[in-house]
Design a protein around this ligand. Sequence first.
Ligand code: FE2
Length: 200
Amino acid sequence: MSISADTEFARSARPLSGQRAHEIQAFGSVVSMPIVLDEKTRRESQTNLNQLLADTITLRDLYKKHHWQVSGPTFYQLHLLFDRHFNEQNELVDLIGERIMILGGVSVAMSADVAEMTLVPRPPKGREEVPVQISRLLHAHEIVLRETRAMARLAAQQGDDGTNDLLVSSVIRMNETQVWFVAEHVVDGPLVHADEQTIE
Ligand SMILES: [Fe+2]
């Protein structure tokens, strides 16, 4: 039996690039997943998690912007700290994005879509002073923490324990710790001379 031209083509080593087709799942929809959680709960959780994902991606990228653009006497320590926080936020991004898929949803991914969704104010493209950089980071952390606490309570009420655990154990704990490390840099303390004390 001879091999047909079609079969030969299908088994060709030629890369089949440039292919396009319809989406297999629309953003905002949920497919059924056998994880013993009703569709309403999974739909609400994935909606909340997508908002958190957009804000976490933005906060992550704000850290990289500041890692590159930081200046001044604390350059080295902040350059390193901002990159550490970028990497930690990047881990959260993956955990949140994958949780959305576990629930049968679709994770927002591309920066243009993230920019449309995020609640974190857009910073200028240019460089800003350290206290302004830090204020932006702290504000973004507050946005994330406020929404995450509300989402965690909702997930607990609806029995979505996996989402609640991710929000409480990973997102809240990590963001609180990062706030501590960043906020201590805007305490107005003396660098060399202690404040004068009245010694009696
Ligand atoms: Fe770097």
